[in-house]
Unconditional design. Sequence first.
Length: 276
Amino acid sequence: MEYLYHYTSIETLALILANKTICFNNLLNVDDSEDAETFDMGKFGRFVYVSCWTSDGQESIPLWNLYTPDMHGVRIRLPKFPFKKYSYNKDEYFFKERVETYINIEKIYNENKVSIVATQPELIEIQYTDNKEKLYPKVRNVSSEEKFQQYLNDGKVENGKLDLTYSFAEIGRYKREEWEFQKEWRYIYSVSPMGLKESNPPTIDKQRELIRRIENKDYEPPYSRMFLDLDDDVLENIEVLCGPRMNDAEKIIVKALLKEYCPDGIYKESKLKIRK
C-alpha cells in the first residue's frame, strides 16, 4: 500500500493546499460516537487525535455520501506519511537523545498545553469487531486504589510503592463491524494534558496535578483539533478526484486550486454517473 485516500469538501481541500497541513480531529469529534469511550475512564479518547483515511482505491459511494457535501466534494490521494520531518538534538526540549519526528515540538513547547511522544503519529489499520472489550478498552491499572487516593491527597504512599499506568494502546483502533465498508486507516497520536514547560522540571506536585486532570472525566481536551505540517514536496504527488455530483463551476475551483498550489498535481473526475 503506497497511497491513502481522504474524502472531504472543496473548502477543506483549499485549506490543506494553502496551509500545507493535515487536520487531526479529537476522538470526541469523529462520526463514530463510541470511538472515544473506554470501560473504566469514560471518554478517555479526549486525549487522542486522528486523521482518517481509506486504503480503498476504488470510489466508494458511502464515503462520498458521508464525508463530502452531497457528493460535491473531492477525494485526495497522498503517499503514506506525507508529513514534514523535524530534527532535534539531545537536550533540546528535554530530549535525552537526538530525534527525528513529524511533530513540531517547538510549536507544542511554546503553546504549553500538551506533551506528545515524539515517535508519534502511528499509522494503523482499523480492526472491525463486536468484541466489547476491544470497543471499550480498560485504560487504568493501579496496584492499590487506597494508596492511589492517598497519593492524590497528600503526595505520600505509605507501606510500599504505588504502580499506576494509563494505556492508550487500544483506544481508537477498533470499530463495530458495521463500519467495515470504510476500509479505514488512521494516523493517530495521544497527548498528555500538561505542557512541556509546565511539566519540567518534574516534581511530585506536578505529577499529582497531571493525574488529577487525567482522572477528571469532565476535563476539556486541550484542542478540538490539531494540525501536522505536510512535507514541502508532497503536494507534487497529490491526486484530486472530483465528486460525482460536482458542477462545472466547482470543477473550475478545484482546477484553480491545483494550478495555484500544486501545478504538478493530478486532476481527475469521478467515473460514477449519479443523477444530480
